[in-house]
Design a protein around this ligand. Sequence first.
Ligand SMILES: Cc1cc2nc3c(=O)[nH]c(=O)nc-3n(C[C@H](O)[C@H](O)[C@H](O)COP(=O)(O)O)c2cc1C
Length: 248
Amino acid sequence: MNQHEAIRHLMKAHRSIRRFKDQTVSQAIIDDLIECAQWAPSSHNVQAYSIICIRNKDTKQKLRTLCGDQSYISECPVFFVFVMDFYRHSVISACQKEAFEINETENMLVGAVDTALVAENFLLAARSYGLGGVMIGGIRNEAEEVAKLLKLPPYTVPIMGMCVGYPDQAPEQKPRLLKPTIYHEEVYQFEGLTDNLSTYNQISEAYYLKRANSKKNTGWIKQMQAYFGKIRRAKLTKFINDQGFSLK
Ligand SMILES: Cc1cc2nc3c(=O)[nH]c(=O)nc-3n(C[C@H](O)[C@H](O)[C@H](O)COP(=O)(O)O)c2cc1C
């Protein structure tokens, strides 16, 4: 496989890994993952993120509880928290006695996108070492408690966690939406949407029925109805405001 094929294979072979071997991940590898992550592009080059590496068992156990008791957080050899981070920018502005116009929606997007790009770079690099992982949005369930535990400063928000380790499972890949649903030429295309969604629903139903120990026996449409049928993280706006932002 040449380099071009190897990169594309890595991207196309993605699956989240939630079971790990009892094998540590060396600090040399982690250092390289950080370097790979740092080469992600960044809006205006603000580089509005921090990465916190957690190996401590007690901290992982606490985070597991705060993230909705997701067992793989305490079971993985190393857990990372990807934080949207404008603290250093606030420090610069304060030192220079300049305005710090952080409170526009744009900056929330800038920070969240920067952090997500870094996290995906990190995961891809980890997989190139034969590692696996899963991102953990549950880190936002109890963001205030997470911030206390990790001593997060103002103008920071935990965006996602990530369990990383050597895979002890090889799950089947989860099917993705059909290409015409997500790909549009020239302008947004509406044609065939409901048919394509219905086909995808059948594919995803078959996937979940086949999957060993599957907890879900519904297709994608029902899952999305369940997801959008209720408010998810009502406390998040208050937390973000308490961190120094001013969201409406
Ligand atoms: C930002 C983000 C947050 C996620 N949070 C969780 C989580 O808290 N727990 C979990 O088990 N999986 C989580 N996932 C993994 C998704 O469930 C998974 O990526 C999706 O179902 C597709 O499956 P795949 O990654 O195996 O292809 C998260 C993924 C992303 C991108």
